[in-house]
Design a binder for this molecule. Structure first.
Ligand SMILES: [Zn+2]
Length: 234
């Protein structure tokens, strides 16, 4: 900004608005734009090396240099496309004259300038308040999201624990169920099958019985030392 516009008596001003779709830069030459009351320049510090040929001494000498101000207007519709409270003489700047097709120039009376400044200050305050409110909302949202994530993790952990508990319960039940039950079931099934087979072929039942008897007789056979060692290895 060329000037801050604070603490100055009411004065005429000019508003420049970029009406083009490109950035417009307005240079404010001191000789043309600045007045005794308002200077848009800034002061820069520069260093110059001073070489004394007699002594060979080189010194860096500081100096102050006036740097002409400038205004950069962003494309139309963007924030920063308007420059407020410029000195009325800005309309004489070569860049303003040459870019007149891309600029809307509005001259304001001291009262209008003041009103505009107040409106801008209010808008800036509202923007800051909105930003603060938005930041607070964002913080709350972030907190809520974090809480939701924690809840989800906890729910998943609980579900996992429940699954583990259920699996454990199933294992315990399987263990508690007497193996005899399974054997009984198998025996019942085998009996049923045998009965069914007997109905179909009475001889088959007899053969089965005979086979069973042989199997049962087997352990009763006289044992040999080889048999003992073989059982001992098992
Ligand atoms: Zn100046």
């Amino acid at each position: 900004m060329a000037q801050d516009g604070t603490g100055v008596p009411p004065r005429d001003s000019v508003t420049l608005e970029n009406t083009s779709g490109a950035i417009v830069v307005i240079n404010l030459p001191h000789e043309i734009v600045c007045t005794d009351e308002r200077c848009c320049c800034s002061v820069g510090v520069h260093g110059v090396q001073d070489h004394d040929p007699k002594t060979g001494q080189r010194l860096v000498v500081g100096g102050r240099k006036r740097i002409a101000g400038s205004v950069t207007l962003l494309p139309k519709g963007q924030e920063g496309s308007v420059a407020y409270d410029l000195p009325p003489s800005v309309i004489l700047a070569p860049d303003v004259r040459s870019r007149s097709a891309d600029l809307k120039v509005t001259r304001l009376s001291p009262e209008e300038t003041e009103k505009q400044a107040a409106a801008r200050a209010a808008a800036a305050k509202k923007k800051a308040d909105d930003a603060a409110a938005h930041a607070e909302l964002a913080a709350t949202a972030a907190e809520e999201q974090r809480a939701a994530e924690i809840a989800a993790v906890e729910a998943a952990a609980k579900h996992q624990a429940e699954e583990r508990e259920a699996a454990k319960q199933r294992r315990l039940e399987a263990k508690a169920a007497p193996s005899g039950a399974t054997a009984e079931e198998a025996a019942a099934k085998a009996t049923a099958e045998a009965e069914a087979a007997a109905k179909a072929d009475p001889k088959a039942e007899l053969e089965d019985i005979n086979l069973d008897e042989e199997d049962e007789a087997a352990p009763d056979r006289p044992t040999s030392p080889f048999d003992d060692t073989s059982t001992g290895r098992r």
